[in-house]
Design a protein around this ligand. Structure first.
Ligand SMILES: *Cc1c(COP(=O)(O)O)cnc(C)c1O
Length: 360
């Protein structure tokens, strides 16, 4: 059996050279005579690797000097709650932009910790686009504005950074971080779970503007306080050492691929290939308006849901896996993160065209 073309939404495909390197050095990492999983996170070897990973990420995203990078745990979901704990007083309000299911979850988890206000939402239209920034009802007194740059389930993505004035902009970039260059200086906090575009689950990366670490709006345990983790260079307690190491390999791989401008060009071609096929097929459909379509997650529907299981069965036989849509939406979803090659997308497109011809 060969490795399949993998379109899983998350945990998602990793670059094959990264997996091969991890496999090769699984038992003996560098000169440690042990696995990277079996050594102290406070030893010189691990700390050097950790520092280099951070530097590579800084290079890739051109992170300004006044931002700290944290390698943390808990998934993006834990940080839905931890962000208000760090940025707001209980009675303060924060503005939430809702463009899909993850934005809704972020607000729900924040609600016990801050007055989480919806300042814009595209729920009424069924999340078929991002809410037009002109219609956002922003509160200049809000502790922060939170939005989801790419809605992984609905396949809705912001293609420009919204202007929210002086209020810190907080972005959940779990499913599109590192997919294209981005101006980090526009954000207060960027955070992302690793299992879509960075590495393995169990690691969350936060990029935090330094002055926000000085906010101490409420007494919380040190383990929840971003400032403590920054002070300890993310070694406040034992980090996810293997996840950190895997992310380091992915950052090196990204640099070797030519960095984020090159990755973006490839991601655009991959997405264009699928959306063009879907739109021209007269068979498949995607409901998202053209300017809000995600370049990472492409949900699509067959003309008749009765064909869904046959599609998945034939796709599997053609070595294409991970295409079943999210249970909320049904249908199909092709996730085409950085590690998914153009060739994999071409193979999927050929299969989809053939399936449409036979069943259209
Ligand atoms: C996957 C995902 C999450 C949740 O990540 P967990 O690690 O399961 O907490 C949050 N936001 C977005 C945009 C996601 O894609």
């Amino acid at each position: 059996m060969t490795r399949a073309y993998n379109f899983s939404a998350g945990p998602a495909a990793l670059p094959e050279p990264v997996l091969r390197q991890a496999q090769q050095e699984l038992l003996e990492w560098g000169s440690a005579r042990a696995s990277v999983m079996e050594i102290s996170h406070r030893g010189a070897a691990f700390m050097a690797m950790a520092a280099e990973a951070e530097q590579d990420l800084r290079d890739l995203l051109a992170i300004p000097a006044n931002y700290r990078v944290l390698f943390m745990q808990g998934g993006a979901t834990q940080h839905f709650a931890q962000i208000p704990m760090n940025l707001a007083r209980q009675e303060q309000s924060a503005d939430y932009v809702i463009s899909g299911a993850w934005g809704e979850k972020a607000r729900a988890e924040a609600a016990p910790h801050v007055r989480a206000r919806i300042c814009a939402s595209s729920a009424a239209g069924g999340f078929r686009d991002v809410p037009a920034t002109a219609d956002w009802k922003l509160d200049p007194q809000a502790a922060y504005v939170h939005y989801t740059t790419n809605e992984t389930i609905h396949g809705v993505q912001f293609h420009a950074i919204p202007d929210v004035g002086e209020v810190p902009l907080v972005a959940d970039m779990s499913s599109d971080i590192l997919s294209a260059p981005i101006d980090v200086s526009r954000f207060g906090i960027i955070y992302a779970g690793a299992q879509k575009n960075i590495g393995a689950s169990g690691l969350v990366i936060l990029i935090v503007r330094e002055d926000l670490l000085e906010r101490h709006p409420r007494p919380i345990a040190r383990i929840f306080r971003y400032a403590e983790h920054a002070k300890a260079d993310s070694l406040f307690n034992t980090p996810n050492t293997f996840g950190w190491y895997l992310s380091a390999l992915v950052f090196k791989w990204l640099k070797g691929e030519g960095g984020l401008a090159a990755i973006e060009a490839r991601n655009r071609r991959k997405a264009e290939l699928l959306y063009t096929l879907i739109d021209e097929s007269g068979f498949y459909s995607n409901p998202v308006s053209a300017d809000s379509r995600s370049r990472m997650n492409v949900p699509f529907f067959l003309p008749n849901a009765a064909l869904d299981s046959l599609f998945l069965q034939e796709a599997d036989a053609a070595n294409l896996v991970g295409l079943k849509g999210h249970r909320v939406l049904g249908g199909m979803r092709a996730s085409i993160y950085n590690a998914t090659s153009l060739q994999a997308v071409e193979v999927l497109a050929d299969f989809m065209r053939d399936f449409a011809r036979r069943h259209g």
